[in-house]
Design a protein. Structure first.
Length: 128
């Protein structure tokens, strides 16, 4: 991936969580865009066309559920894989996230090695 760095969009309102993903992206040699709310996340996805989106579900302005629906409903962004990265870990939350547009689901707190492996697979074009 070093020759042509991939672009990942992180939509997350908690700075500590953004910091963890920022460090992971740096280790993976992936460029990272960040948004702290769902509305900005949708706008950045539409304007930059990232290779992958990490989407928190509990976000200000526009929640992640609706942001994913909008992105998957837009032909310009529908093919971008979205990973729901969330503390919503109750029975049914994963199915609900997938119905809203998530291609993969990772509950917080997450195992950084598993997340890295998942992101690597998605960035290489493999679907979970």
């Amino acid at each position: 991936m070093e020759g042509n760095p991939k672009l990942m969009l992180l939509v997350e309102d908690v700075e500590d969580n953004r910091g963890v993903v920022r460090q992971l992206a740096a280790r993976m040699k992936v460029r990272l865009l960040e948004a702290a709310d769902g509305k900005t996340g949708v706008e950045l996805a539409r304007s930059h066309g990232p290779d992958l989106i990490l989407m928190d579900l509990s976000l200000p302005v526009l929640d992640g559920w609706e942001a994913m629906r909008q992105l998957k409903g837009d032909p310009a962004t529908a093919a971008i894989p979205i990973v729901a990265l969330t503390a919503h870990a109750m029975v049914g939350d994963e199915a609900r996230a997938r119905k809203s547009g998530a291609d993969a689901y990772v509950a917080k707190p997450f195992d950084i090695r598993r997340l890295r492996a998942l992101l690597q697979d998605l960035l290489e074009g493999h679907r979970p």
